[in-house]
Design a protein around this ligand. Structure first.
Ligand code: ADP
Ligand code: MG
Length: 163
């Protein structure tokens, strides 16, 4: 499904709805350019998971852990060379068995690590003539059942944006 949001607050709200719908072990693969809004969306996901701290871009580390209803493993792979390096530092223990939710920024760098139950979220800044500078196109893909239940919740919370 695709959602068009008009400002960062809406992105956070969307993230919160996503966060509420997740279970231990869920993996969110985030793709999009620098400044697209991946970290902003993760802040919302953290809220939805009942986390009080606000995630920041983990500039000098690959991953931060936040404790909540379900823990959040927030990865930023901007500096990672690829899947081998990531697995070499033990990320698999978190991704595939850590009991928390993984949100992975720069997922395009490590495409091959993602299992079939991964939720993919692509964030795009539209062309300038196509909305305001704070507009974002957010595409969400995942298992059919998850997407359809998420869609009905999102349509109620953000009625103007979903399509
Ligand atoms: N609709 C929007 N959604 C998310 N961020 C937005 C939006 N509109 C403007 N912004 C701004 O864009 C920037 C996104 O930054 P960030 O989330 O760190 O990007 P990324 O993690 O993708 O590099 C923030 O400064 C935020 O305030
Ligand atoms: Mg970021």
């Amino acid at each position: 499904m695709e959602i068009r949001v008009t400002d960062a607050e809406e992105t956070i709200k969307l993230g919160e709805i996503i966060g509420k719908s997740l279970e231990p072990g869920s993996i969110i693969a985030l793709r999009g350019d620098l400044g697209a809004g991946k970290t902003v969306l993760v802040k919302g996901i953290a809220r939805g998971l009942g986390i009080e701290d606000e995630p920041v871009s983990p500039t000098f580390v690959i991953m931060n852990v936040y404790e909540g209803r379900i823990p959040l493993y927030h990865f930023d792979l901007y500096r990672i060379s690829g899947a081998d390096e990531l697995m070499g530092i033990g990320a698999d223990e978190f991704l595939y068995g850590g009991g928390g939710v993984s949100a992975v920024e720069w997922a395009e760098r490590v495409q091959e690590i993602f299992p079939e139950y991964t939720i993919y979220i692509d964030i795009k800044i539209p062309e300038p003539d196509d909305g305001s500078e704070n507009t974002r196109e957010i595409k969400i893909e995942g298992k059919k059942e998850w997407v359809s239940s998420f869609r009905s919740t999102a349509e109620q919370a953000l009625p103007a944006s979903t399509r």
